[in-house]
Ligand binder design. Structure first.
Ligand SMILES: *[C@@H]1O[C@H](CO)[C@@H](O)[C@H](O)[C@H]1NC(C)=O
Ligand SMILES: *[C@@H]1O[C@H](CO)[C@@H](O)[C@H](O)[C@H]1NC(C)=O
Ligand SMILES: *[C@@H]1O[C@H](CO)[C@@H](O)[C@H](O)[C@H]1NC(C)=O
Ligand SMILES: *[C@@H]1O[C@H](CO)[C@@H](O)[C@H](O)[C@H]1NC(C)=O
Length: 297
């Protein structure tokens, strides 16, 4: 009995000695010098690691070009997008309910404000159409900043929001804007042929083996600028930093007599003699699909 107590006392005093031994001046079994050396070792070790990291980063950044992406997908046909932008690719509203389309109108108004003619004339050039606006660098000498071509809001005519402030939404003839994602250096057409957009019914699956399309519901379409072209003069694009005032060309599609109170599945695609659409590799290349539904009330 007394023996175990003795042992307890002994082990507890051993513990205390291990934590702080007054005789040898050891903390947790090491002297101050030993601890100091360990701390010094780790300090030097981590400083070395941090230095290596900084050096690698610095060398990597030196090899990057501010004006061109180092890696860019070479083959890809760019994706396309529509405006007004919603949560999904859906334009659903009621003609008689102004609240249901007011958001679309606001969205288009703000999207198109940099396209105002006054602003375009101040910032951009009036370029000769149907040809590329080439501004290459001569060797190491950078030809920067590069100019960009005017895309006037009035070129969207009925879809500019200027003659009809509601872009046709209040009359059941909505305008949808289409843009093609920017790709640096892309040449979207040859032999002076600008690429153009066409929209039609999208084939969609209703059942396992049943496909359908809404071609009878779309009605006639109008395209602005004429023929729905992205003029060659807006290409090639040299990047945000080199071409600061670049204005992305747009195509507006207006639905002149789409069927009311029904879902219409639409697909718009680019037609070009250099870009191919919808390969297996990327079925969104050069096309965009969305749903349109115009309710009467
Ligand atoms: C854009 O509008 C301005 C002013 O109306 C005009 O002078 C200019 O020629 C237009 N540019 C293009 C490319 O149509
Ligand atoms: C960009 O636009 C501003 C005016 O908004 C103009 O002063 C400047 O020269 C333009 N830069 C280029 C490279 O076109
Ligand atoms: C539109 O296309 C037609 C037929 O391809 C062509 O004759 C006409 O010149 C084009 N219009 C414009 C403005 O490019
Ligand atoms: C619009 O389409 C409907 C059928 O959906 C047709 O009856 C009507 O005549 C068309 N209106 C115009 C102006 O083309």
């Amino acid at each position: 009995m007394s023996g175990t107590k003795e042992e307890d006392r002994k082990s507890s005093s051993e513990w205390r000695d291990f934590f702080w031994n007054p005789r040898t001046h050891e903390l947790l079994g090491r002297t101050a010098t030993s601890w100091g050396l360990i701390l010094l070792f780790y300090l030097v070790f981590y400083l070395f690691l941090a230095g290596m990291f900084a050096l690698t980063m610095y060398i990597l950044l030196l090899t990057l070009d501010d004006y061109k992406p180092t890696w860019q997908d070479q083959l890809a046909t760019p994706g396309m997008m529509i405006r007004p932008k919603g949560d999904q690719l859906e334009i659903v509203y009621s003609v008689s309910d102004a609240q249901s389309w007011d958001g679309f109108v606001q969205n288009l108004n703000s999207f198109l404000s940099p396209y105002n003619d006054i602003y375009q004339v101040q910032t951009n050039d009036n370029c000769p159409p149907d040809q590329y606006f080439i501004q290459e660098d001569s060797g190491e000498v950078r030809n920067n900043p590069k100019r960009s071509c005017q895309f006037n809001r009035t070129m969207l005519e009925e879809c500019s929001g200027l003659s009809d402030h509601f872009y046709g939404y209040s009359r059941g003839q909505p305008c949808i804007l289409i843009k093609m994602n920017r790709v640096i250096g892309m040449l979207p057409g040859k032999d002076g042929q600008s690429p153009y957009v066409t929209c039609g019914a999208k084939r969609y699956k209703v059942d396992k083996d049943e496909w359908r399309e809404d071609s009878d519901k779309i009605g006639p379409l109008a395209y602005y600028p004429p023929n729905g072209t992205f003029n060659l003069m807006y290409y090639p694009y040299y990047g945000k930093k080199a071409q600061v005032n670049y204005t992305q060309p747009l195509v507006a599609v207006r639905f002149l007599n789409a069927s009311l109170n029904t879902d219409i599945n639409i697909e718009c695609k680019i037609n070009s003699n250099t870009l191919s659409t919808g390969s297996d590799r990327d079925k969104f290349a050069g096309r965009v699909a969305f749903k349109l539904r115009i309710n009467e009330k």
